[in-house]
Design a protein around this ligand. Structure first.
Ligand code: CO
Length: 142
C-alpha cells in the first residue's frame, strides 16, 4: 500500500520564476536551492510546505521527459504526484504483478531526494502520472 504523499510535481519552463510566483502569490517562501538532476533530465527546485513539498521541474538537456508535456502545456502544469513506499523493489514488483505499466526499463532510478523512484503510466491511474519513491531515512527516528 502506498504511504504518505511526498510531493506534487509541477512542470515549468523556469523553476526560479515559478518559485517566485508561489512565494508572491501563496506565501510559499520556504524554497530550497535549485539543482540539476541529469538522471531524470530535469532541473529541480523544492518548495517546502507543512505537509509535503512542491517539486518544480524544468527540462534539462535535449531528451528531457517533460519536454513533450510542456509542448502540450506551454505555461506549465501539474505533472505528477509522488507517494512514499517502504521498499521500492517490492512496490515495483507488486505494481507489475497487478498489471500496471512501469515507465522506462522498470528499474528504479535515483530520484530528486536521493532515493530510488519509479513512475507508473498515467493510464493506470485515471490519467495521473504517479511517482513512487522509497521512504527517505527519517533523521529524527531513534
Ligand atoms: Co517527483
Amino acid at each position: 500500500m502506498i504511504g504518505r504523499i511526498n510531493h506534487i510535481g509541477i512542470a515549468t519552463n523556469d523553476v526560479e520564476k515559478e518559485a517566485a510566483n508561489w512565494a508572491a502569490l501563496y506565501g510559499a517562501i520556504d524554497a530550497q536551492d535549485a539543482f540539476d538532476l541529469p538522471e531524470q533530465g530535469v532541473r529541480v527546485k523544492f518548495i517546502n510546505l507543512p505537509n509535503g513539498q512542491l517539486e518544480l521541474i524544468a527540462p534539462l538537456g535535449d531528451n528531457s521527459p517533460i519536454t513533450k508535456f510542456l509542448e502540450r502545456n506551454p505555461s506549465g502544469g501539474q505533472h505528477h504526484i509522488c507517494f512514499e513506499v517502504e521498499d521500492i523493489t517490492t512496490a515495483r514488483d507488486g505494481m507489475i504483478s497487478r498489471g500496471a505499466k512501469v515507465l522506462g526499463n522498470g528499474s528504479p532510478r535515483m530520484g530528486a531526494h536521493g532515493v530510488p523512484v519509479i513512475f507508473i503510466h498515467p493510464a493506470n491511474s485515471g490519467g495521473v502520472l504517479v511517482e513512487l519513491m522509497q521512504e527517505p531515512q527519517k533523521a529524527q527516528e531513534s
